[in-house]
Each structure stands twice: as structure tokens, then as C-alpha cells.
Design a protein around this ligand. Sequence first.
Ligand SMILES: Nc1ncnc2c1ncn2[C@@H]1O[C@H](COP(=O)(O)OP(=O)(O)O)[C@@H](O)[C@H]1O
Ligand SMILES: [Mg+2]
Length: 366
Amino acid sequence: MNEEEVLAALRRVVDPDLGKDIVTLGWVSDLKVDGGAVSFTLKLTTPACPFQQDLVRQSKEVLEAMGASRVQVNVVYDVPRTTPADNLATHKIRNIIAVGSGKGGVGKSTVAVNLAVALAMTGARVGLLDADIYGASVPLMIGANTPPEVAGENLLKPTEVAGIKVMSVGLLVPPGTPIIWRGALVTKAIQEFIANVDWGELDYMIVDLPPGTGDAPLTVAQNLKLTGAIIVTTPQRASLEVALKTLTMFRKLEVPIIGIVENMSYLVCPHCGREIDVFGKGSVETVARHMQVPFLGSIPIDPRLREAEDNGELLVDFQDSPAAKALMDIARRVASKVSLLAYSRKKEEGEEGGGLSAFLPMPPKR
Ligand SMILES: Nc1ncnc2c1ncn2[C@@H]1O[C@H](COP(=O)(O)OP(=O)(O)O)[C@@H](O)[C@H]1O
Ligand SMILES: [Mg+2]
């Protein structure tokens, strides 16, 4: 076997999202062929890649089929950026994902916090910005209680929990203190959270928004070049109809919609194990199809999740619960959609990596 033959074989290993093979995508490097022993580096676009195991297994299969006795695949990651490289405040943050909803209490913070934790568990560098100034709940949910350190003049170092860099107004005031501010101050606080916080290098920043289409979501959408937004809703009409208004706001602001999540989708009866449809399971997926936005998954009502969040326990601690599994799947789906967005942007800019078979729905150009 020589290198050319090995590369030709690896061209049969195709990334399902991008519809291209790993050699064409430029993901194979450091190829060494020594008799029957083959080793190479496989560079993926995210450590949360849902196809990682499949790609490694397929690579081994095609090479073993042509006679390789030992195949070693060294997997590394390089998360592509969707944020502008020339923005001083955010140039080290590769992707910024906002989590919004129409109504409160539908699970935005739950999705935002657990998305951050799930991505960090895979090895990504993650930041979590709580833009819900009046209803900051990130510190409680993630179990953060030390205030950010002062890192220099006008610069704060975010509090770190489980490797995640967290910033929230809840970390700056004593517990129980209400924030009684007018909108202009909310806007200013969010701007400072971006400009005056030493976030460092991040693969993903997750922004937890307050409900609706007010000052905070608007500031986030206008001050940050967002990778995209995730909309969280419960399935009943009262929640879904208002969620769609938030979705429309993001579209108007030319923020791509990464997808919609159905939370509190159903309840599994702890006695008989049967699914109880509390709010009308499935309606969000139907609406997502109608609105031509990706459906990212449904999270069941799970008392274990609520309990964990009230106690600041992390997803890692209850990985076997149904809600935790759903949240992990959603995180992988989000990561792969973000990679797709990065590729489609590169293609728009005429850089390499284009020619994709699938694109995320982008807001219409004006
Ligand atoms: N799938 C779920 N199962 C059980 N409890 C949930 C679920 N989703 C959210 N919760 C709980 O519901 C409450 C509201 O969720 P939260 O994420 O704070 O909503 P939001 O940020 O949209 O206001 C929290 O106490 C949270 O723990
Ligand atoms: Mg919240």
C-alpha cells in the first residue's frame, strides 16, 4: 500500500452533513504508511461532531478491506469561525449562539446552560453569557457562586465552572438583589459584558436571552455578529405563537435560525412508564417544518432536570436521565449546524470549503 492508494480509499468516507469525503474536505493530514500500518490525523470541525465515531470506524473499515493490518486515527478539532475576525471585542470568539423564546419559563436558561455544559464536556472551549438581566438564573443553574475577578482596568475575568466561562449580573450583586434598571442600562450592561470581559479564546459562546423581543435580545442581535439563534418553546399554542414572533424578530435582524427546540414535550409516568402528553407533543416540529427552520429535538419533562438545576448540578451528574440525553443530542445537532453555517459563509466569501449539498436556512437578503 502506498499513500495514494490510502487516500483514494479514504475518499470513500463521506461526512453526512457536508456530503463530501474527508480527503476532499482537507481533514486528513500526517499520513504515514509503513507496510500494513497506517496512521493519520483526522481534523474535525467540532469535538461535538455527531459522526466522529462513524467516520473513524469507516476509515478503519475501508483501509482494513484493502489489507491494512493496523490503522491509527488521531482525531483533532478546529472549530471554524462564523464571527467577523476584525471585531475587536469578539475576534477571539469563534461562534456566538443566542437562545431565545417568546415566553418566560419555557426552558431557555435550561437549554442555554446545558448546551454550554454539553459542548464543554466534549472538550470545546465554551463561554456562557447571561443576557437576562432582570431574571438572571444562569449562576443558580450552573452552580456558580464566586464573583468575577478584576483582571485590569475596566476588565473582568469571567467566573469558571466546569471549564465554562460564565458572566451574569447575578454574579455581581448579592443574591436576592433585584435589578431595577431602565432599558438603557440593560443595553449598557450587555455591551459591557462583551467589551469589558476577558473571555479569551472560545469555540462557542452561548447567550441566554430574556423572553420576548425587548431591549436585551435587540442589543445582543445588534451588537454581536451572531452565528445564529435557537428558539425554545413548549408545545402549546400560547407559548408557540409568541415564540414565532421572536423567530421573526431574528429573521428581520438577519440572524440565521439554527433551529427550534420543543421543551416539556411530554412526561414519562414514573409509575407505568407511559408517555403523558401534557402540552401537545409534536406541534413544534410541525411548525418548524412549516417555517422552514431546523427542528433540533424535544426534551421531556423530567423532575431530575429541575432538581439538578435548582441545586446547581451539571449535566455530567445525571447523564442517564431522559432529559439529559435529549440535551446532549441537541448540543451535537447545534454543533454540526454551526459547522455547516461556517462552511456556507466561507463559500459566500469565496474561500475554500464550499460546494456543500446542504445549507442552513439563511434569512432573506435585503
Ligand atoms: N424539561 C424540563 N423538565 C423539568 N423541568 C424543567 C424542564 N425544562 C425546564 N424546567 C424547569 O422549569 C423552570 C423554568 O425553566 P428555565 O430554563 O428557567 O426557563 P426560562 O429561562 O425560559 O425562563 C426551571 O425551574 C427549570 O428547572
Ligand atoms: Mg431564563
